[in-house]
Design a protein around this ligand. Structure first.
Ligand SMILES: [Zn+2]
Length: 124
């Protein structure tokens, strides 16, 4: 019974992951235009930027990248909030400037029936 379930799971995983290729994830995710802080403040092109490490979760692997950030002048310094890139133009969703997810990964997860998602979390 259990081995049959694992076989079905493997078949489902192969089907889910083979037809969609992950987009190429850039080594550096640039601030560009449209970057915002969590408070809503926009980035300023004349301000200094810095690069910090981040992780981009894609369909088949996690990419160690760098993200371009700018200290937010609207938030108190003690909060250490940064203006970060939107990521939309490179197919990436920026959650919090540290954890980012490719759009194809999010699309796959949202299309999975809940019982398949439970299997993924058990085996992941
Ligand atoms: Zn802010």
């Amino acid at each position: 019974m259990f081995s049959r379930d694992v076989g079905e799971f493997n078949e489902e995983i192969t089907h889910l992951f083979s037809p969609v290729a992950s987009p190429s994830v850039p080594d550096r995710i640039l601030l560009g235009v449209g970057g915002r802080c969590i408070c809503g403040a926009l980035g300023k092109p004349e301000e200094v930027t810095l690069f910090l490490p981040c992780k981009v979760y894609a369909l088949t692997r996690v990419h160690a990248c760098e993200i371009e950030l700018q200290a937010c002048n609207a938030c108190p310094r003690a909060y250490r909030h940064y203006v970060g890139p939107d990521g939309r133009e490179v197919g990436i969703f920026n959650l919090n400037n540290k954890l980012l997810f490719t759009h194809d990964l999010l699309l796959t997860i949202t299309l999975l029936p809940s019982h398949r998602l439970r299997l993924l979390s058990l085996h992941g």
